[in-house]
Design a protein around this ligand. Structure first.
Ligand code: ME8
Length: 649
């Protein structure tokens, strides 16, 4: 009988910066689901990859002085890049797609042409707003307070000839899909989509660009590149072989069982993606699940905020499995959660070191101490000592499955740790060290040990999708042999009575919280000064700019203003022949004598202003920024060869 299929995907990542723990979160969750379905016996296809086109990458590459392809190659394939990270995190993806792969590029051109040929893509003129960081087009009505509704940043005016996709045509079908089926989860995200995007009226989507080149060219209209989201979303089918010969798995695996994605890209996956598939005449994915964000101090992690957490650092320090476990156990999958080093260490100590690790090492040590490492072949009819424990362990697989099938990883792990907690309590209650003192209790003692080993085994079988390596080590220590399958966890008592254990190293060592927090702080402290970069202000016109009369001025004299700690009084040659007086609040940063004779820049046409009884006619220009929380300032000084009165433009 052929196995049932299961196709699961992560979003494909933008290789514009190194990935952070938030990216690892989604991939670890997807990996756990894929491993769980493999454990259940499914034929799994797990796809991940990178989304490599678009203006943002073109800009970043230019800044770095390399070609866009070189830029993304380094982040995807280079040391400590995306692929290295997934290897480190033990991600078991079956396929990795890069949207710069040739087969994907030509498939996108065919997909675009197919939608053009069937009338769903047409040529028009785009007039609207564009958010560069999100690479998203918006209409005026979609903006929130005039800003990008996704990221809250400033948007730009955009007008150009472009191709459009008839999204509006699919509005009713999409509404029906969202409202009347379980396509999108959690359900709260449905209301968001309907209220924000469908109710105001779905407008046709601009799906080509001409203002940059780093994208997949529209083959029948060179000069246009395909909108990056059309390119990116299609990865889920091109990676199976849709419209290409590279793979031949489309018939087998499409439609996807679930796309796991972050909440900010739900709009693309639950509105645009199904509409594209409808246009292509393809079946829709069975489910889209929009998970929450890992937050730092209540805000989203982002490189520009400087609050990203490095998964390499944590995995190398505490072990990949401990980090994977933390991500799944600590945060409910559908909601946001606050990341902190303290929560990570405390979770590792409580659940892994104290609870699971301790249970394994105590049990194995006792079997070695009391039975020389091997339990007897029979216990002379001694029944399980604790019905509550054995029935909880026997029923665990069912309870766990119910939660896993609902993507409730936190609860699924919660079920396992309830049983682990019960087993630790069982040791305290039965006090094996007392039973061991009396030879007549030998069978009862063996039964206690057996119940513990079997409980550990069942828990480890079910923990495998989350901590594959550590479970392998547990199996070795408790002598589980090949009893590690899904079927072997169906009921209590499959482990042979005369199981032999092997002492090994502690699987989850306890972490010294205070010392580690201090270390982590040091390790993640930025090297070099931290400069706070202010966001760019809204646009002004060139005419506005031209109204500012900025000139080169020679500093003829400079002195402190009496009774003022801040002000310096400058006498300047602005080229007009009449000396100009300007007061500037920079006394904290310069000694007057050091500035005399220097060449500075001033804006001259500001209205005169009185300070400390003296008139200031203009303002000297300085570069100001906040470094490590303190204001720093540099007066703008030019080469002395530039003459007084020269205008800045
Ligand atoms: O969105 N917490 O790529 P991306 C949780 N290329 N998840 C987070 C996160 C955080 N702090 N930060 C990012 C893209 N993510 C597109 C996808 S799919 C056809 C194209 C998640 O690299 C984010 O929610 O910006 C998203 O699901 C994923 O990382 C990739 O983000």
């Amino acid at each position: 009988m052929s196995k049932e299929k299961f196709y699961i995907t992560t979003p494909i990542y933008y290789p514009s910066d190194k990935l952070h723990i938030g990216h690892a979160y989604c991939t670890v969750c997807t990996d756990t689901m894929a491993r769980y379905m493999r454990l259940r016996g499914y034929d799994v296809m797990f796809l991940t990859g990178t989304d490599e086109h678009g203006q943002k990458i073109e800009d970043k590459a230019r800044e770095a002085g390399v070609s866009p392809k070189e830029f993304v190659d380094n982040i995807v394939e280079g040391p400590r890049g995306v692929k290295d990270l997934w290897k480190l995190m033990n991600i078991s993806n079956d396929r990795f797609i890069r949207t710069t792969d040739d087969y994907h590029v030509s498939a996108i051109q065919k997909i675009f042409r197919k939608m053009y040929d069937n009338g769903d893509i047409y040529k028009g003129k785009y007039v609207g707003k564009y958010c560069k960081p999100c690479e998203s087009f918006w209409t005026e009505s979609q903006l929130v307070d005039g800003k990008c509704p996704d990221c809250g940043r400033e948007v730009q005016d955009a007008e150009e000839e472009a191709y459009f996709f008839r999204l509006s045509k699919y509005a009713d079908r999409i509404r029906d899909l969202l409202v009347n089926t379980d396509f999108l989860e959690p359900r709260s995200r449905v209301n968001e989509m309907v209220k924000n995007f469908i109710d105001p009226g779905l407008e046709d989507l601009c799906v080509s660009r001409t203002s940059f080149t780093w994208g997949i060219p529209v083959d029948f209209d060179p000069g246009h590149v395909v909108y990056v989201w059309i390119d990116a979303l299609s990865n889920y089918i091109t990676a199976l072989g849709y419209m290409n010969d590279k793979y031949d798995d489309f018939e087998k695996f499409w439609p996807a069982d679930v796309h796991f994605i972050g909440k900010e890209i739900v709009r693309f996956h639950s509105i645009i993606w199904p509409a594209m598939l409808m246009s292509l005449g393809l079946p829709l994915p069975k489910k889209v699940f929009g998970h929450g964000w890992l937050l730092m101090d209540g805000g989203k992690m982002s490189k520009s905020k400087g609050n990203v957490v490095d998964p390499y650092l944590l995995a190398e320090r505490y072990g990949v499995d401990a980090l994977r476990f933390f991500l799944l156990r600590e945060f409910p999958f559908g909601s946001d959660g606050n990341f902190s080093n303290e929560a990570l260490i405390s979770r590792i100590n409580t659940d892994l070191a104290n609870s699971l690790g301790n249970l394994v090492s105590r049990t194995v040590s006792m079997v070695i101490k009391y039975f020389d490492g091997r339990l007897p072949e029979s216990y002379d009819g001694v029944e399980a000592m604790d019905q509550e424990l054995t029935s909880a362990a026997g029923a665990l697989r069912g309870a766990y499955q119910e939660q896993m099938d609902a993507y409730a990883f936190q609860n699924a792990l919660g079920e396992i740790f309830k049983v682990i907690g019960r087993a630790n309590k069982f040791i305290d209650e039965t006090e094996p060290w007392k039973l061991a003192k009396d030879e007549s209790n030998r069978e009862r003692l063996a039964r206690v040990m057996y119940d513990l080993l079997e409980t550990i085994r069942i828990c480890a079988v079910l923990l495998q999708p989350v901590m594959p390596d550590s479970c392998g080590r547990i199996f070795t220590q408790i002598g589980a042999g090949d009893l590690t399958s899904w079927d072997s966890a169906a009921s209590f008592g499959m482990l042979p009575l005369d199981t032999a254990v092997t002492k090994g190293e502690a699987i989850f060592p306890r972490i010294d919280m205070d010392r580690e927090l201090e270390e982590l702080e040091k390790l993640s402290a930025p090297t070099g000064p931290q400069v706070k970069v202010e966001p760019v202000l809204p646009d002004v016109t060139i005419d506005d700019f031209a109204k500012c009369d900025m000139r080169v001025c020679k500093i003829l004299a400079c002195e402190n203003v009496k009774k003022s700690e801040k002000l310096l009084k400058f006498t300047l040659d602005d080229g007009s022949g009449t000396p100009r007086q300007i007061l500037s609040g920079i006394a904290k940063f310069y000694k007057p004598d050091d500035l005399v004779g220097k060449t500075a820049v001033a804006i001259l046409n500001l209205p005169p202003r009185k300070m400390m009884g003296l008139e200031s006619n203009g303002m000297l220009l300085s570069a100001v920024r906040e470094v490590d929380g303190k204001e720093e300032l540099n007066l703008i000084l030019l080469d002395d060869s530039v003459p007084a009165g020269a205008r800045l433009c």
